[in-house]
Design a protein around this ligand. Structure first.
Ligand code: DX5
Ligand code: ZN
Length: 215
């Protein structure tokens, strides 16, 4: 069970300090938004490159951008240890995943709430993680969509059948109130933005989430 706090809810004027607040987490989740694939704009390659140099934990880059075929491998080269692209935006997803691995990153594929997993199940051999979105991508602090749990189960079952070390991540509205049902459905990597950075003691919030997911 791994916790990946999203720095989307952190203080963007002090990101190095904000990363140190979550140094007990497994990953730092970095939400890259381009203002096209989603109606919000956050940060890009130069910032990821700078964060990778100072982060005490590996970066889990979630690319909510158009044309991941062109850009995703560059996030691996910039220092993303895990790089996740959206299937809805990819031209040739198998090639994107292979390029990510060739660049030394774990390759993740993200699925929006309205997108079915089944048509993409044959991509599993080229993937290290499947991210099931539990909100519409674009903003932190939205309500958890429990109706995505059947999809988490479906992905977990496909991963189990396939074998190998493929992780199932959930992202959006994950908190102390919702993390247990995600774990129960088969998720093993949990992204939490507001639930971690909104807490007075972010490290304690990470430990609480980990304990709930493991229970
Ligand atoms: C949403 C982002 C999430 C977001 C989660 O588009 O992908 O990573 O930061 O924030 P919370 O945990 O507040 O829903
Ligand atoms: Zn995210």
């Amino acid at each position: 069970m791994q916790i990946s706090p999203s720095i989307l809810s952190a203080d963007f004027a002090n990101l190095e300090r904000e990363l140190r607040r979550i140094s007990n987490a497994d990953w730092a989740h970095v939400d890259v938004m381009d203002g096209h694939f989603v109606p919000n704009l956050t940060l890009g390659l130069p910032v990821v490159e700078a964060l990778a140099k100072v982060s005490p934990i590996p970066l889990d880059c979630h690319l909510m951008i158009d044309d991941p075929d062109r850009w995703a491998p560059q996030y691996a080269e910039a220092g993303g240890s895990s790089v996740t692209f959206h299937i809805e935006a990819a031209g040739d997803p198998r090639r994107v995943a292979r390029d990510l691995r060739a660049a030394g990153a774990r390759a993740g594929m993200a699925i929006k709430p309205g997108t079915a997993f089944a048509p993409y199940a044959d991509l599993l051999p080229d993937l290290d993680m499947v991210l099931v979105m539990t909100v519409e991508p674009g903003f932190g602090g939205q309500s958890f969509m429990a109706d995505q749990m059947p999809k988490v189960r479906e992905v977990r079952e496909a991963v189990r059948r396939h074998g190998g070390d493929i992780w199932v991540q959930v992202d959006g509205g994950v908190s102390a109130d919702t993390i247990e049902q995600c774990a129960e459905a088969g998720a093993d990597v949990f992204v939490a933005g507001s639930a971690v950075y909104g807490a007075q003691d972010a490290a304690a919030a990470v430990e609480e989430l980990r304990a709930l997911a493991t229970a």
